[in-house]
Design a binder for this molecule. Structure first.
Ligand code: HEC
Ligand code: HEC
Ligand code: HEC
Ligand code: HEC
Length: 95
């Protein structure tokens, strides 16, 4: 993870996930579950499948929080979710 992925992905990978910038914390998936990048980024979304796309967010295989945290599990766990589950990105609050 550190020697390969973070060598290029210093900002979101290095700084955000590892929480090295002043005033930030490591991602909960690193702290609680010892996930590395490949636990979530395991497919073509990483560097494409050879098909040209408009821009990087247009890849078809981007990972989603809901792949693991299903609607059924947490959608109505708190008022924030009840109000915003379908109209805000999870990362708006969980950044
Ligand atoms: C040699 C440098 C390099 C390495 C090493 C590298 N990446 Fe990337 N990665 C890139 C570049 C450049 C892009 C942007 C491609 C684009 O704009 O389409 C990218 C894009 C991505 C994307 C995002 C695609 C998107 O939609 O924005 C993910 C996720 C990703 N890399 C994950 C990883 C992971 C996980 C590893 C380690 C297994 C890794 N990368 C290793 C250079 C690298
Ligand atoms: C818990 C799951 C998870 C882990 C672990 C994880 N990511 Fe991500 N990553 C995501 C999700 C979800 C997105 C958002 C995809 C989207 O834009 O829809 C994302 C987006 C990205 C992007 C593209 C978006 C951007 O703003 O540039 C890159 C690059 C990336 N991750 C790299 C990494 C690297 C490098 C690591 C390891 C140091 C890592 N990720 C670990 C889930 C994860
Ligand atoms: C590959 C599966 C996977 C993906 C993708 C994933 N998570 Fe998780 N997440 C987990 C696991 C496993 C845990 C640990 C569960 C625990 O500690 O009980 C966790 C824990 C969490 C927690 C802490 C829960 C608690 O009770 O403290 C939050 C918040 C969270 N994830 C949000 C997100 C968000 C936001 C995204 C998208 C950016 C995401 N997750 C993507 C698997 C995933
Ligand atoms: C409007 C802000 C907001 C948005 C958007 C949001 N969350 Fe949350 N989420 C919270 C808050 C606040 C908590 C903590 C509630 C508490 O501790 O009482 C939380 C708690 C969680 C937890 C922890 C355990 C649980 O079951 O409550 C998980 C997992 C989680 N969110 C996943 C997600 C996912 C996945 C998405 C996107 C589909 C998402 N959240 C969107 C604010 C938000």
């Amino acid at each position: 993870m550190i020697n390969v992925c973070v060598t290029c992905h210093t900002s979101r990978g290095g700084h955000a996930y590892l929480g090295v910038a002043a005033g930030t914390q490591p991602d909960v998936h690193l702290t609680n579950s010892k996930f590395d990048c490949l636990n979530c980024h395991s497919g073509h979304e990483m560097h494409g499948d050879g098909t040209k796309v408009e821009q990087r967010y247009a890849y078809e295989a981007l990972p989603e929080c809901k792949d693991c945290h299903s609607n059924k599990g947490v959608q109505n766990d708190n008022l924030y979710h009840t109000l915003h589950w379908n109209n805000l990105n999870c990362q708006t609050c969980h950044s």
